[in-house]
Design a protein around this ligand. Structure first.
Ligand code: CU
Length: 492
């Protein structure tokens, strides 16, 4: 009799069918050292239809420059609002040099255009869906009314348009936007429906951090290409062997010998980057998902899991002109190379204190959130939160507005099955990781974190703004597609 726990669909299988995986963890244990092994995503979440043909190699690293992402211009502006128009449409894009790749795009851009606004300025974006399938847009990390959140069941039908209206009333931060249409979010995001949304904060200008041309968003992700240059989706996410930075494979980026602020976003649907610079050179982390940290933290390696943002400052003045510094991922290898090309003046700085965390009120409600797979279901495992798969008709938690709550979030899966946790609407603070004070990966204003099998994360959140239904889920989007999602309803 088949061991159904092992019956998972992975790349290499027959289209539309399941194949037997000899060992749930085989793909992980064979190809990494212990340290790296613990950081790798597992392969649950593979979906049918994958035919992993002979992959197309990405070519030599550092053969193309990393582009700066296109910044979207408003079509109209008033004294307090900027209006934009965006088509969600298929486009052929050049990711690998000289190769045309079909993608899903916002306005034909891969990665999507960057929206840049300021605290207190309103943004209205009209999205027209020119795909042949429903799509929608979630602004990840944003404090917005439920009607503007891009709820998984609130989609834009093909040929239809809708306007999202964002108040931008939270503090300065690096957000991102992406498709969240249920069951198809993983494929849509993988095929290109993602981009930066940055809220600048005038109250942070006095800090003197690098700005303008020295403030560079970098969208990281992984990909797998077939022999025709098409993006392969549906196989084992671990097979995605090409690291992309701003839509290019392991590019180089010319920098002046001075400080830069890099806003790193991991838009990979089921990938965790573990990044080092050169031969363990220092990077100074200044911000996380929801904005600046209380103080900078010097790091020699940086973990960025799916949907997380990590902002770092690198001071290239430490290196002579001609230096080439590789940003390297523990699994994928080179992600990006910084080439120091010229000296310049630099009046920017990283002050010893940045922005204090808000002091949240005492919590009056405690909840438990347990994330796991039912590995007995076929052809796919079923993603569960507190033992139940996603049901949009159900409000899993009812939260009274104004309440501060403690959530104990547990990865209840066995060894080697990793998850991430993302809560819509609020930025929370992690109080404890397995009973201990949180390390740097969990500090600051967070909306997403990665956690290992068995980990228990205690977080605190205050629900003091909007009413309505908001999702919380695993942000490995293959997992949320399989049901690892729930919703809370904020009530008066
Ligand atoms: Cu998960």
């Amino acid at each position: 009799m088949l061991d159904r726990r092992k019956l998972l669909v992975v790349g290499g299988g027959v289209a539309g069918g399941a194949i037997l995986v000899p060992d749930l963890v085989r793909g992980l244990s064979a190809d990494a050292t212990g340290h790296q092994q613990a950081q790798q995503p597992h392969h649950i979440g593979s979906v049918p239809g994958a035919r992993v043909k002979r992959p197309l190699a990405a070519g030599e690293p550092f053969s193309v420059p990393m582009p700066r992402l296109h910044e979207q211009r408003p079509v109209s502006s008033t004294y307090d609002t900027d209006c934009y128009q965006v088509d969600i449409r298929p486009a052929d894009v050049e990711i690998l040099p000289g190769v045309s790749t079909p993608a899903f795009t916002y306005n034909g851009k891969f990665s999507g255009p960057t929206f840049r606004t300021r605290v207190g300025r309103r943004t209205k974006i009209v999205y027209r869906n020119l795909l042949d399938r429903p799509a929608n847009v979630h602004l990840h990390g944003a404090h917005v009314p439920a009607s503007q959140d891009g709820h998984p069941m609130d989609v834009i039908q093909p040929g239809q348009s809708r306007t999202y209206d964002y108040p931008n009333t939270q503090q300065g931060c690096t957000l991102w936007y992406h498709d969240h249409s249920h069951h198809t979010e993983a494929e849509h995001v993988y095929r290109g429906l993602n981009g930066f949304y940055i809220i600048d904060d005038p109250s942070e200008d006095r800090l003197g951090l690098p700005r303008g041309a020295y403030d560079v968003p970098i969208l990281l992700r992984d990909a797998l290409f077939d022999a025709n240059g098409e993006l392969l989706f549906g196989g084992n996410p671990n097979d995605r062997d090409v690291a992309l930075a701003n839509g290019k494979p392991a590019p180089y980026f010319e920098v002046d010998a001075r400080k830069y602020r890099f806003r790193l976003l991991n838009a990979g649907t089921e990938r965790t980057f573990n990044l080092t610079l050169g031969t363990d050179q220092e990077m100074t982390q200044i911000a996380t998902d929801g904005g600046l940290l209380p103080a900078p933290v010097v790091r020699k390696s940086v973990r960025v899991s799916s949907a997380e943002r990590v902002e770092i400052v690198i001071d290239f003045a430490r290196y002579p002109v001609g230096t080439k510094l590789v940003l390297n991922d523990a699994k994928l290898g080179p992600v990006l190379r910084f080439d120091v090309t010229r000296t310049t003046s630099d009046y920017s700085r990283v002050p010893a204190t940045l922005r204090p965390l808000p002091v949240l009120p005492a919590a009056t409600v405690t909840r438990d959130v347990s994330m796991s797979f039912d590995l007995t279901t076929v052809p796919f495992p079923t993603g569960l939160i507190n033992g139940r798969a996603w049901d949009p008709a159900r409000s899993d938690f009812v939260v009274k507005r104004g309440t501060t709550e403690i959530w104990n979030v547990t990865n209840a899966d066995p060894q080697y099955i990793f998850h991430t946790f993302h809560m819509h609407l609020v930025q929370f603070q992690v109080l404890e990781v397995n009973g201990a004070p949180p390390g740097i990966d969990y500090q600051g204003r967070k909306d997403t974190f990665w956690f290992d099998s068995g980990d228990k994360i205690k977080l605190k959140a205050t629900f003091d703004s909007h009413l309505g239904k908001y999702a919380f889920h695993c942000h490995f989007l293959e997992h949320s597609s399989l049901g690892m999602m729930a919703q809370m309803e904020i009530v008066p």
